[in-house]
Design a protein around this ligand. Structure first.
Ligand code: RHJ
Length: 130
């Protein structure tokens, strides 16, 4: 009902704030758009579930997420995929992995700093009721 749509609208605002905060950080520029599968033809052979910050924003607008945890599952794909596809000891891979770990930590830090636990519970109640 109305109150549920109010909660889910606030969730979308919160998730856009988190996503835009990450997208503004220059360290995370490589995570902003999908990996170009023409430039990297074996990418989809290695990475089964590609994800990036622009796709997170599209998912938010399409009302894919009812809880913060559902959003975090997709957001975690961004850094997990980067660790998986760039595992080597050469400097470029190590650089990407440092940025992937920085993204992992920034994501959790922003959420912990800004998420009200009562609001997260209200979202989980809606998910449980559907
Ligand atoms: O994994 C990624 C992105 C970095 C975080 C996400 N890519 C796979 C390719 C390997 C490496 C060098 C370039 O070939 C460039 O195309 C990519 C993009 O970086």
């Amino acid at each position: 009902e109305e109150q549920e749509e109010d909660v889910l609208r606030d969730l979308r605002l919160f998730l856009r704030y988190v996503t835009e905060s990450l997208a503004q950080d220059r360290r995370f520029k490589a995570f902003a758009k999908p990996v170009d599968t023409e430039e990297v033809p074996d990418y989809t052979l290695v990475v089964k579930a590609p994800m990036d910050l622009s796709t997170l924003l599209t998912n938010i607008d399409e009302q894919k997420y009812v809880t913060v945890d559902e959003f975090v599952c997709d957001a975690d794909l961004i850094w997990k995929n980067a660790l998986e596809y760039n595992p080597d000891s050469d400097p470029m891979d190590r650089h990407i992995r440092h940025r992937a770990c920085a993204l992992r930590d920034a994501l959790r830090s922003i959420i912990r700093a800004e998420l009200n636990e009562g609001f997260q519970r209200a979202c989980e109640e809606i998910r449980a009721s559907r």
